[in-house]
Write a protein that binds this ligand. Structure first.
Ligand SMILES: [Zn+2]
Length: 445
């Protein structure tokens, strides 16, 4: 067993802070920790131990030498009401758990204050189910007036009505994120979500028909339940250019999900294995260069980045989806990134300058026709992460993980890309999402 990095983590039973380490053992990477009271627990991070260890070192080297950066994406937990009550929800929105939730509904005055104080990145209006909040439309009109990029993070059930979708558009909703665990009711049965598949697909079709609203689909993936849906949902988006992004997350053992088996947790690197198996012809080990590039880029533009988030981009090409791995020279990109990490100047602008030869080195002749689209994508992310500005031919896939005690890694959590705003005891709070979820968990264990 090789220790890659020591960190602190959380116990898988009592959620208390304990010593932890990222280790490679028999070719696989694990996050390991030991609680004096509840013993050892290890979470599989990646099947590809050697490459994952290199990625981990790259991440630490890049981030150690610079400030933390900004939060990319801030979530407003506006209400805990929800019609759907997914068994894996990371918040306490089920009927039994509602009374446990420390979060209160935000008033219109609260929401105005949130927008007034909002700095940079993107804000998501979520919950619970945000379309049940009385001020949902007011929020988007106000955000638009203030030039803030805002997203509606919904279960999509109300959007099965075309009139409601039109009302969203009329009230300046420009981006919608819909949770969708399966396009096949048969797979959704296992999660008790089968009645919702049809209205969600109708909602997506309505948004595609109306146009002008960028769609992100956001499935929660549970091992042994819907991991093959990673492929089926991506395929579903193939001929729907209004679907511009995916944010897939592994089930996290927190909130309502605390009642589910721990081994349902699937890390982003395992989700990438599914994507690679279906789409990529390159060696799996080569895909890690993409993740390194993403860390380098986020570091230069001054956003925080989560080691556990991974990325893939697809190009819609003659009726099929082709992964970006087909269009770049991954081996040369990796060599160039390893050069970049060695020189790694302290000043951010110099790092950016040094990344230019890396990008050129990673190009191939196939990259050139796509370059304008990649520049447009980079620009949309640089300014406001605005999905509606993504080029329609590209489909971005982000693989993420919600934090719980099972995957808690203090070094990584400090870089949590996600902020959250909630109301507790009548006061608004802003913190990073991993901190808040872990705190809630600790109170319950
Ligand atoms: Zn413990």
């Amino acid at each position: 067993m090789e220790i890659i990095r020591k960190t602190t983590s959380r116990c898988h039973v009592c959620a208390k802070q304990v010593e932890g380490a990222v280790v490679v053992s028999e070719g696989k990477a694990y996050l390991r920790r030991e609680c004096p009271e509840h013993g050892e627990f290890q979470l599989l991070l990646s099947e590809h131990g050697k490459e994952y260890a290199d990625l981990d070192r790259f991440y630490t080297e890049v981030h150690e030498t610079s400030s933390l950066g900004r939060t990319m994406h801030t979530w407003v937990f506006a209400t805990m009401d929800c019609q759907q009550k997914c068994p894996f929800c990371c918040t306490d929105c089920s009927d039994e758990k509602r009374s446990d939730s420390p979060w209160e509904e935000l008033t219109w005055e609260d929401l105005q204050a949130v927008l007034k104080d909002f700095k940079r990145g993107k804000i998501s209006f979520g919950g619970g189910e945000p379309t049940l909040h009385p001020n949902v439309l007011d929020f988007f009109r106000e955000a638009d007036r203030m030039g803030i990029a805002a997203q509606l993070a919904t279960n999509g059930l109300f959007l099965a009505s075309k009139d409601y979708c039109q009302k969203l558009k009329d009230n300046k909703v420009k981006e919608v994120r819909i949770s969708l665990e399966s396009i096949d009711p048969k797979d959704a049965v296992k999660l008790g979500l089968d009645p919702y598949v049809e209205p969600k697909l109708k909602a997506i079709q309505n948004l595609c028909d109306i146009g002008g609203i960028g769609i992100t689909l956001s499935p929660t993936i549970c091992r042994g339940v819907n991991e093959e849906q990673i492929y089926h949902i991506i395929e579903y988006a193939k001929d729907k250019p209004a679907i511009q992004a995916f944010s897939m997350q592994g089930f996290a053992w927190t909130g309502c999900g605390i009642g589910l088996p721990k081994d349902m947790m699937m890390t982003p690197d395992e989700m990438m294995d599914v994507i690679h198996r279906h789409y990529c012809s390159c060696d799996r080990s080569e895909v890690f260069a993409l993740q390194k590039l993403a860390f380098a880029w986020l570091n230069i533009i001054g956003f925080k980045s989560c080691l556990k988030s991974e990325f893939m981009i697809f190009v819609r090409d003659a009726g099929r989806l082709r992964p970006i791995t087909e269009f770049i020279n991954l081996r040369r990109l990796d060599t160039m990134l390893n050069w970049w990490r060695r020189v790694l100047p302290k000043q951010r602008w110099l790092r950016g300058l040094f990344l230019i030869p890396v990008l050129i080195g990673g190009m191939s002749l196939k990259t050139l026709p796509l370059a304008p689209m990649f520049i447009k994508l980079a620009w949309a992310n640089l300014t406001k992460l605005s999905v509606q500005d993504y080029p329609a031919r590209l489909l971005s896939v982000g693989l993420n993980t919600n934090c719980s005690s099972l995957n808690a890694d203090h070094t990584v959590n400090a870089h949590c890309v996600s902020g959250c705003i909630f109301k507790r005891d009548g006061v608004l709070h802003l913190t990073n999402t991993s901190t808040e979820l872990l705190k809630n968990l600790e109170n319950k264990c």
